[in-house]
Design a protein around this ligand. Structure first.
Ligand code: NAP
Length: 279
């Protein structure tokens, strides 16, 4: 039996990269999943971000060489930019026999991880920005080496920041990236456009912004909880020859909003596939 700092430290999480999404995960684990801060090891080169994680009680390291030799994490979360994945992975190879690796790097395929980690349990997951308030959507796909218990553990970790959707094929992660991963930005832009439209019809800028934000928030909450489909809800608020009908006539005239969004999602999907090539 080993003693002192040589004792094996089994379990816990190594979080590699604690930027926007890494920190959202960290906060979710602490605030919503009840994971003790002492179980979380954060590797982050940027000093302010390291301090931010340390202030929440996590143990922090500048790079992987600082991680205790005896550490045997249950999960390694890869939350660095896609371009960094190839160069950082080797430093975590020693955990491949005991840990599940979960990558949230957009576009980076499982094969990139398997090239370094071999026959390890690896998950590709795609969260989105509302994860920072516990309202994210996380699409995930696990390779052939992940078992049922590990799938449950990863589901619990990801569920701390939103709703988890396991996909049946890896290629669907890129499709989900184009919809839920990038989707919040589409909605933020929609709010910007609706605000500008409000200003154009005479509203003060701050009123237009408040109306736009609360309309999108309220409509999204209603669509999320209602028994009616979005199409039925749209029909319910559209009186024949009314104001909404006049606006929808413009939005649905070819090529309408549907075509624009389809082209936007296709562009995001193409970019995810390109990242896979350079990743
Ligand atoms: N943000 C989103 O909405 C979102 C959504 C879905 C998926 N993702 C994915 O999540 C990943 C992280 O995105 P993000 O927005 O959180 O990026 P970010 O804010 O830039 O965070 C990444 C962090 O990783 C650090 N880092 C760089 N090299 C490292 C290394 N070798 N070891 C440990 N940490 C290292 C970076 O530090 P430096 O800045 O000093 O390099 C940075 O602080 C990306 O792969 C992205 O595709 C993000």
């Amino acid at each position: 039996m080993k003693r002192g700092d040589e004792m094996e430290q089994s379990g816990g999480i190594v979080l590699v990269g604690c930027g926007n999404m890494g920190f959202a995960l960290l906060e979710g684990w602490l605030d919503r999943a009840g994971i003790p801060a002492a179980d979380i090891h954060v590797v982050e080169p940027a000093e302010p971000l390291r301090h931010r994680a340390a202030a929440r009680g996590a143990t922090v390291y500048v790079d992987a060489s600082g991680l205790p030799e005896a550490l045997q994490p249950q999960t390694v979360i890869v939350a660095v930019k896609p371009q960094i994945v190839g160069s950082m992975l080797g430093a975590y190879r020693r955990f491949r026999e005991t840990a599940v690796f979960v990558s949230i790097a957009a576009g980076v395929p499982l094969s990139t991880f398997e090239a370094t980690l071999g026959e390890s349990a690896i998950v590709r997951a795609m969260p989105n920005m509302p994860a920072s308030i516990g309202m994210g959507v996380i699409a995930a796909f696990g390779n052939a080496h992940i078992d049922e218990v590990q799938t449950g553990q990863v589901t619990d970790l990801l569920a701390a920041v939103g709703s988890v959707h396991w996909l049946s094929e890896e290629r669907l992660v890129d499709a989900a990236t184009a919809i839920s991963g990038s989707g919040p930005a589409y909605l933020f832009h929609f709010i910007e456009c609706l605000t500008d439209a409000g200003i154009a019809v005479g509203l003060p800028a701050d009123t237009a912004l408040s109306l736009a934000k609360q309309t999108v928030g309220g409509a999204a909450a209603l669509a999320g909880t209602s028994a009616f489909s979005p199409a039925e809800l749209r029909q319910q608020v559209t009186s024949p020859n009314g104001t909404t009908a006049a606006a929808l006539e413009v939005l649905t005239a070819e090529p309408g909003l549907a075509d624009l969004l389809k082209r936007a999602a296709e562009a995001a999907h193409r970019r995810a596939l390109e990242l896979a090539v350079v990743g």
